[in-house]
Design a protein around this ligand. Structure first.
Ligand code: NAD
Length: 338
């Protein structure tokens, strides 16, 4: 329990939860690393060794990995469709993080390396219809992933494979399908659909304007995995003998329209939808085929969307109200131009 575990991207959504997950399990020696200033981390553990460093830099990766037994790489410059469709170069630069982390793990003798890949690696041709056939791991090839972000993920997956084959570094790769939950991005342009919809519905509740903007026609199909399933999956995949990239996602399929209605039901308000057909909306349909993870682990993510979204909505509502209260106080003290 005293072995050093490194979590890269620990100031972010999944990384922040992962640090807490290992501390809860009784691990005592966690090094948390992120490029963001500490005050911007979503969760900061007082017990972990918290380091602010840019992991695109090889020397920083060496420093981060030295002495570690296990390294979890969740650091990436990313966001929802609004971000990745408009920032392809930034997304691709995350290749420096994975490359330098792999090199550093190899050189410092780390036992196991986990890489967070994405369903965005899948061939776009297999995601043209809303009426989806769930994506199996082999559907990533022939390669035609999401431009920018997806190409970086697919390339980095292969780097993990070749470091394993050529250098004997034990690498594990999970393809996350839309992860959501508390302590994630919910405003600012990098948020994903579940958080954005929660924020819009909280705002509707507060302002009384119950018309919600939905990106695309809302008929896009997706599955969403609650953070607790993601954490368990990371742990299980890391400590399994699964060498090839594997899906880690829910297979409960929904449409964006149904997701919006579900959140309105949780919030207990009636809404109308206004569709922005010019907004980024991603592929038409995507779901996770969980045959392989069931086969290997006898388990797959199972927390229902209803249960997970209720918890997520509750948290975003609190955050929104705290922000709103703070803004009102500032306005009272400094006037509306503050
Ligand atoms: P996030 O944006 O909340 O966290 C990523 C963290 O990485 C951020 O805190 C960011 O500051 C940090 N980071 C970025 N560049 C860095 C650098 N150069 N050096 C150090 N830290 C850096 O995102 P997340 O949702 O927690 O995602 C974690 C991982 O999972 C990412 O690799 C992401 O691509 C992958 N993933 C996430 C989802 C999802 O739905 N959240 C889906 C598929 C894949």
């Amino acid at each position: 329990m005293n072995d050093l575990i490194v979590v890269a991207g620990a100031g972010g959504f999944i990384g922040g939860h992962l640090v807490e997950y290992f501390l809860d399990k009784g691990y005592t020696n966690i090094r948390a690393v992120d490029i963001k200033p500490l005050e911007e981390w979503y969760q900061v553990s007082e017990v972990a060794e918290n380091i602010v460093a840019d992991l695109k830099d090889r020397n920083n990766c060496m420093m981060a990995c030295r002495g570690a037994t296990e390294v979890y790489n969740l650091a990436a410059d990313m966001g929802g469709m609004g971000f990745i469709e408009n920032n392809k170069a930034l997304c691709m630069l995350s290749v420096l993080i994975n490359t330098h982390m792999l090199q550093s793990c190899h050189e410092t003798g780390v036992d196991r390396y986990f890489y967070a890949s994405s369903a965005c690696v899948y061939n776009a041709d297999k995601q043209k219809s809303e009426d989806v056939i769930p994506l199996r791991e082999e559907d990533a090839y022939p390669a035609m992933p999401e431009d920018g972000y997806g190409w970086e993920k697919l390339f980095s997956e292969r780097m993990c494979r070749h470091f394993r084959e050529d250098f004997g570094l034990t690498t594990r790769v999970a393809r996350f399908h839309n992860v959501y939950g508390p302590h994630g991005t919910w405003e600012g342009g990098r948020e994903k659909a579940p958080a954005a919809i929660c924020r819009k519905i909280v705002a509707a509740k507060q302002t009384g304007d119950h018309e919600i903007e939905v990106w695309g026609d809302g008929k896009q199909t997706r599955s969403f995995m609650y953070i607790d399933d993601c954490l368990l999956g990371i742990d299980r995949i890391m400590h399994s003998d699964i060498e090839e990239p594997i899906n880690l996602g829910s297979d409960e399929l929904t449409t964006i329209n149904n997701l919006t209605d579900l959140v309105a039901e949780i919030a207990d308000i009636e809404i109308t939808r206004r569709h922005d057909l010019t907004a980024p909306k991603g592929v038409n349909g995507r779901n996770s085929d969980n045959t392989k993870i069931q086969e290997y682990l006898g388990w797959a993510p199972g927390i229902t969307l209803k249960e997970g979204m209720a918890k997520t909505f509750e948290w975003i509502q609190q955050e929104y109200l705290a922000r709103y209260e703070q803004a009102t106080k500032t306005e009272e003290v400094y006037g509306s131009h503050a």
